[in-house]
Design a binder for this molecule. Structure first.
Ligand code: GRF
Length: 197
């Protein structure tokens, strides 16, 4: 059984996609041991609690230093002894120690086809704003392993999504989530849990 820790900062629709996929058997041999957030008000935490999953939070501004926050963050993750750490809309730069300790066992979902629209500053709606500004006709999502860089780790899976006339960043974001993110992330976890990756 693959033990998963999920890190979230916001709405948690990707977390929900994982919870649903475990429930209905699209992800086999895996369970979510805990959900961590840097944001106490993240709706993702409500989703976790409703699913009976343990949650832990630590907010950087409540600590006297970045090191103290990192310590609390690492302690929370370690407490679940995860085989896999999933970043599902997590807006915190990971401490190097965590990246080292869980090397090859951290994955992230990014809402574009890497290497387009990724790296520092490309998060949330900004990714889709830039895709529309550039006028691409196809965008999508990427699941990748996490290394020390920003969105530079080995790519696991990608799915393309069409950009349509009249798209706003919000409309495009929703389509990328529905057609790509919520499909790709559970599938990648199932692949890892069942030795296909
Ligand atoms: C998603 O677009 C994900 O790709 C990005 O942040 C967003 C999180 O959405 N990394 P949610 O919190 O899962 O609803």
């Amino acid at each position: 059984m693959l033990n998963i820790a999920v890190c979230v900062s916001g709405g948690g629709t990707n977390l929900q996609a994982i919870i649903d996929a475990i429930r209905d058997g699209r992800i086999k041999n895996a369970k979510i041991a805990g959900v961590f957030s840097n944001n106490r008000n993240a709706y993702a935490l409500t989703r976790a609690k409703e699913a009976g999953i343990e949650t832990k939070t630590a907010c950087p501004k409540e600590f006297s230093s970045r090191e103290e926050f990192h310590k609390a963050f690492l302690e929370a993750i370690d407490s679940w002894k995860p085989d896999l750490v999933v970043l599902a809309g997590f807006l915190v730069i990971l401490p190097e120690e965590l990246i080292r300790r869980y090397e090859g066992r951290i994955i992230n979902i990014h809402p574009s086809l890497i290497p387009s629209f990724c790296g520092t500053g490309f998060y949330g709606l900004k990714v889709h704003e830039e895709a529309l500004r550039r006028g691409v006709k196809v965008t999508g999502a990427t699941v990748h392993f996490v290394d020390e860089g920003t969105d530079t780790g080995r790519i696991i899976a990608q799915k393309a999504v069409e950009v349509l006339p009249g798209d706003t960043p919000e409309i495009l974001q929703r389509r990328v989530m529905e057609e790509a993110e919520w499909v790709l992330l559970p599938r990648a976890i199932d692949d890892i849990a069942n030795g296909r990756l």
